[in-house]
Design a protein around this ligand. Structure first.
Ligand code: ADP
Length: 447
């Protein structure tokens, strides 16, 4: 097992990894920008190395700075968290070239899944159901019209290098194709340096259902059921739950097996998420994330596992702690994302926390790097906390979430907490009757 690992991230996810490492008797090294000298991950780690100025590109995204921090501190492995360099195949290659270990899959798996077209081709071959679409890249407007007519409108044009909801445009009809095609290409070029796009059938009322998979890199893999992350704003998740209200045990076992078999087939190592749209009882693959997800705690809650511990074990060459038959769903878990944002426009509002109190009690987990007197810097993501509740069933989890939200105090800045109070009062949220468009529509009508 490793003696020391470095965490190439900040905020709550850096704390999450430090916690797992400490329980395993592994020393942790935090890296930080000059803007994060007072950050909680710096205080909690065994060691900390300053790697650059506030801008993410010059610090948390600086590969030379992170590798140097590893060399200086003597860390043997790097955990990337999510975001930043977590899905950067070049970074993984460099880590391997330096004789260090990346806590995650191989550079090759990241590369294949990071390009949406090669990901779809691979999944299709592995027997995973995909959205009807162009399959490969679409180069010209004439071809775009041809696929639009073939697939049938509405269609969605997606940048093959896209992510975070950027580089996607819907064409409701032939008339809208030209502008959607050109905009998706331009967004792909501007945000990801790649203007290749492909076309898919646009599903009008799907849920977002994602399957958590875990592989040992030696041909063995399991699934840990699904998460329903349909409540989204601008394609960004805000409320996630497991199990999914629309998924029964038989459906879970069926799609779970397809996913576990697929990743076993390619000797996938570590945690991964296979994302689907789910409509009228059918699953349609949209993308695979080759990292730990923000919403992984809901899965940890219902299966009683520590996914970060497993990631570290597998990276160190050890076996996973569980087999498929050990993994049984227990109760219901919900996560809400507490962002430093001002409603109704979700405007980022960094600033000084004058008072902070985390909710607690039975079945409540608050993953956050906030503390009294902390100043949230303006340079990074606005996620400042994740409130996760676990209870024997969905109604009890909703009641617990309501109770826990009432205990949360974050003074000095605005947060998205009021949104969740309002959502919990909605009958559709109480019954789990929603799809990926529900929240956008609700926000239009209620703000
Ligand atoms: P990103 O990599 O930017 O997150 P995804 O491919 O994962 O992009 O899609 C993000 C979200 O966009 C999905 O959760 C869903 O809300 C919407 N979406 C993507 N593809 C489709 C589709 N074919 N039909 C309808 N909605 C879609």
């Amino acid at each position: 097992m490793f003696k020391k690992i470095l965490i190439a991230n900040r905020g709550e996810i850096a704390l999450r990894v430090i916690r797992a490492a400490r329980e395993m008797g592994i020393q942790s090294v935090a890296v930080h920008s000059t803007a994060d000298s007072d950050a909680m991950h710096v205080r909690m780690a065994d060691e900390a190395v300053c790697i650059g100025p506030p801008s993410g590109t010059e610090s948390y995204l600086s590969i030379p700075a992170i590798i140097s921090a590893c060399e200086i501190s003597g860390a043997e492995a790097i955990h990337p968290g999510y975001g930043f360099l977590s899905e950067n195949a070049g970074f993984v290659q460099i880590i391997e070239d330096h004789g260090l270990k990346f806590i995650g899959p191989t550079a090759e798996h990241i590369r294949v899944m990071g390009d949406k077209i090669t990901a779809i081709e691979t999944m299709k071959k592995l027997g995973v159901p995909c959205v009807p679409g162009s399959g490969g890249g679409v180069q010209t407007l004439e071809d775009a019209y041809k696929f639009g007519d073939e697939i049938g409108y509405p269609v969605i044009i997606k940048a093959t290098a896209g992510g975070g909801g950027k580089g996607m445009k819907v064409a409701g009809s032939r008339e809208e194709m030209k502008s959607a095609f050109q905009t998706a290409r331009a967004e792909g070029k501007a945000n990801f340096g790649n203007d290749e796009v492909y076309i898919e059938k646009y599903l009008t009322t799907p849920r977002h259902i994602e399957i958590q998979v875990f592989g040992d890199g030696k041909g063995r893999a399991v699934h840990l059921g699904e998460r329903d992350c349909s409540l989204q704003r601008r394609h960004q998740k805000v409320f996630e739950e497991a199990p999914g209200p629309a998924i029964d045990a038989e459906t879970r076992a069926r799609i779970g097996k397809i996913c576990a078999d697929a990743v076993a087939d390619i000797d996938y190592a570590g945690a991964g998420t296979i994302e689907f749209l789910y409509e009228n009882g059918e699953f349609y693959f949209i993308e695979m994330n080759t990292r730990l997800q923000v919403e992984h705690p809901v899965t940890e809650a219902i299966f009683g596992v520590d996914l970060v511990r497993e990631q570290i074990k597998v990276a160190a060459g050890e076996d996973m702690s569980f087999q498929q038959e050990d993994l049984q769903v227990n109760g219901h878990a919900i996560e809400v994302r507490i962002n430093a944002e001002k409603l109704p426009n979700f405007t980022p509002c960094p600033g000084k926390i004058t008072q902070y109190h985390a909710p607690g009690g039975l079945g409540v987990r608050m993953d956050s790097a906030l503390y009294d007197g902390y100043s949230i810097p303006p340079y990074y993501d606005s996620l400042v906390g994740k409130l996760i509740v676990h209870a024997p069933d969905r109604p009890a989890a909703l009641a617990r979430l309501h109770r826990a939200l009432g205990e949360l105090i974050v003074d000095g800045i605005d947060t998205t907490t009021p949104l969740f109070h309002a959502l919990l009062a909605e009958e559709d949220v109480q019954t789990g009757n929603y799809n990926i468009h529900w929240l956008e529509k609700w926000l239009e009508e209620n703000t």
